[in-house]
Design a protein around this ligand. Structure first.
Ligand code: FES
Length: 170
């Protein structure tokens, strides 16, 4: 396995998630849908609907009576809550979780996850210190590509990137 199981992954800054606008992201070979409800609660579920596999990130959010949001599938509009439960047509009862939620760690405005693995490496405090000093103004691009682990580490932990440089680290 090339991935660093047990390492924290920074998924997003809270400002990247407009309330009730689902976002797709990929982590460790899995696609997820991430959304923030109007109360600021953030949730993530696998991105494939358990009915016929539609991408939930192409669906929409439905505000529940208590204020949280469920995600509605774009194919047949089944609505899944943060725990991955739904109410099937003709039933008034909630199902058990049909989609396992991705566990998130929210630190301030930063959204982290261990990708469902046992945490082995602490979340670096440096990122929170940086986030506290700067105002988030946006992202420069959204693109993922396969790479070898050494390049990934260099890019993920090269804090010179904030200065826009790509010079040798050491
Ligand atoms: S594919 Fe999602 S409700 Fe049918």
């Amino acid at each position: 396995m090339e991935h660093l199981q047990g390492s924290p992954w920074l998924l997003a800054h809270r400002a990247m998630l407009k309330p009730n606008q689902p976002q797709k992201f990929a982590l460790l070979g899995q696609d997820y849908v991430l959304w923030q409800d109007p109360q600021g609660t953030i949730a993530a579920l696998p991105n494939a609907c358990p009915h016929m596999g539609a991408m939930l990130s192409e669906g929409w959010c439905v505000t529940q009576p208590e204020g949280s949001s469920a995600i509605a599938c774009p194919f047949h509009a089944l609505e899944f809550d943060r725990q991955g439960r739904t109410i099937l047509p003709g039933s008034s009862k909630q199902t058990k979780a049909l989609l396992p939620p991705l566990e998130l760690v929210i630190q301030g405005d930063l959204i982290w996850t261990y990708g469902g693995y046992e945490p082995k490496v602490p979340i670096p405090e440096l990122m929170n210190a940086i986030a506290a000093e700067y105002e988030f103004i946006g992202v420069t691009g959204e693109r993922s590509m396969p790479t070898d682990i050494l390049s990934l580490l260099l890019n993920m932990h090269d804090y010179n990137h904030q200065n826009g440089t790509h010079r040798e680290l050491f």
